[in-house]
Design a binder for this molecule. Structure first.
Ligand code: NAP
Ligand code: HSE
Length: 433
């Protein structure tokens, strides 16, 4: 192999600048590991005149993608431009030109990852995307290599920094949702349009990628049920806190008997759960394996240099594969077929907050209704709102099927005595009280 491996960058924004800095600052370590230098030769941008966050020779920049994709000297393309259609076209072109690709693009990998992987394999090229999930945390390699001997049963992730920041600020500082979101935007964690953060889609994309790799099964983005954090009220966080829980946007995936449950939803997590300690913009992924039991991977889920570490590590893997002549293998080959778990097989505990008439017999009607659905209560709180008129009732159920819970909820909403079911959330873990 030659004395240097040449990289072409598509994009020089937050992450691309980090990649340039990391390659420059860690050149000696890279050369020691690889026995060759890593050099960035061309960089695609949209605007040549924009001021950059990194020192770079002007003639490396181009607005013509062909200057990067058709340069015969370039071995590895790093795609850090974002977006879906153009990025996909460029990556497919790169594979046709027998160039390996490293991408940070969760939107693209969640939607078209399997197709891109097929194109890579067909052209005997590598395709890695460690940075697409949880930024600087080496979670994809942790799952694929570190836990390759185990059978992963469950993956739970706090994989969106913006929503974790908002919920932490609401919970610990009493900041309103709107103000916490504004702060997350000012601090730069949120996407330019934060809708995909707060509505859970960003986390869903990352969970689809995690699910594929953890369970070696095809997971489509549409398989991930999503609900976001809009509409969560401070009261729910306060009652949760009183009962020993903290609210997190949790990506949850579980696979047994070829049946998959995968979703992203606000969840009241027992404070004793390892994920409950993950605050502000930090990310963490909890993985439960048959043999290993509980593991957790924690760190920065975004940011210039943290994300660049994942990308440059992928580049190192590609170069090692080139050296060994083993490029073109899949990260993980899907070999289990998948069916989505029906609601009668999905078990969880639930928190419910409702307003009811404050009169004799109301609570026993509610509890009889849940008893009929085979659901028992684990914790109950009742507070009079207007003495003798309205009471606020909060309860947490024991484990029940989603099917039974949904039926109970429907009946609850139609009771005369129930004025409003204000909120309900999944509950995970046992609170110490
Ligand atoms: P960014 O700051 O907006 O940078 C995007 C870069 O790509 C810019 O340099 C832009 O050029 C260039 N670009 C975009 N579209 C282009 C086009 N059509 N033609 C030529 N150049 C184009 O984005 P980023 O935050 O670095 O994110 C890049 C990717 O990494 C995304 O897929 C993102 O989801 C992913 N990611 C980001 C983070 C993070 O912390 N930011 C973490 C994990 C993953 P100009 O500079 O000339 O405008
Ligand atoms: N908007 C994302 C987040 C950035 O808040 O986690 C990293 O993907």
């Amino acid at each position: 192999m030659s004395e240097k491996v040449t990289v072409g960058l598509l994009g020089l924004g937050v992450v691309g600048s980090g990649v340039i800095k990391l390659i420059e600052n860690h050149q000696q370590k890279l050369a020691h590991q690889l026995g060759c230098n890593v050099q960035v030769k061309r960089v695609l941008v949209r605007d040549l005149d924009k001021s950059r966050d990194v020192d770079i020779e002007e003639d490396l920049l181009t607005t013509n993608p062909d200057d990067v994709l058709n340069d015969p000297d370039i071995d590895v393309i790093v795609e850090v431009m974002g977006g879906v259609n153009e990025a996909k076209d460029y990556i497919l072109k790169a594979f046709t030109s027998k160039k390996h690709v490293v991408s940070a693009n969760k939107d693209l990998v969640a939607l078209h990852g399997p197709e891109l992987q097929d194109a890579a394999t067909h052209n005997k090229c590598d395709f890695y995307y460690e940075a697409s999930v949880a930024g600087g945390i080496p979670i994809l390699r942790g799952i694929v290599d570190g836990l390759s001997s185990d059978r992963i049963q469950k993956v739970m992730g706090i994989v969106n920094g913006t929503t974790n920041y908002i919920l932490t600020q609401m919970d610990s500082e009493g900041v309103s949702y709107e103000n916490a979101l504004k702060e997350a935007q000012e601090l730069g964690f949120a996407e330019a349009d934060p809708t995909s953060d707060v509505e859970g889609l960003d986390a869903a994309r990352k969970m689809a990628i995690l699910g594929r790799l953890a369970f070696s099964t095809p997971v489509d983005l549409e398989d991930v049920e999503v609900s976001g954090i809009k509409g969560i009220e401070l009261e729910d966080l306060q009652y949760g806190d009183q009962l020993g829980y903290t609210m997190k946007l949790i990506g949850y995936a579980n696979f047994d008997n070829h049946e998959l449950e995968i979703n992203v939803q606000p969840t009241l997590l027992a404070k004793s759960h390892p994920l409950a300690a993950v605050k502000n913009e930090f990310n963490a992924v909890y993985v439960y394996g048959d043999a290993v039991g509980e593991t957790m991977f924690y760190g920065p889920g975004a940011g210039s240099l943290p994300t660049a570490t994942a990308i440059v590590s992928d580049v190192v893997t590609v170069i090692k594969n080139m050296r060994l002549g083993v490029t073109g293998n899949q990260f993980v080959e899907p070999h289990f077929k998948k069916e989505l778990k029906t609601s009668d097989k999905r078990y969880a505990q639930y928190y419910v907050r409702l307003f009811a008439k404050d009169e004799a017999g109301v609570f026993s009607t509610i509890s009889a209704l849940f008893h009929d659905q085979d659901i028992s209560f684990k914790r109950i709180l009742q507070t009079p709102v207007n003495k003798g008129e309205v009471a606020e009732i909060i309860f947490i159920t024991h484990q029940t099927s989603l099917e039974n819970f949904q039926q109970a909820l429907e009946k609850l909403e139609s009771l005369d005595a129930v004025l409003e079911v204000k909120s309900y959330y999944k509950v995970e873990g046992d609170a110490i009280s």
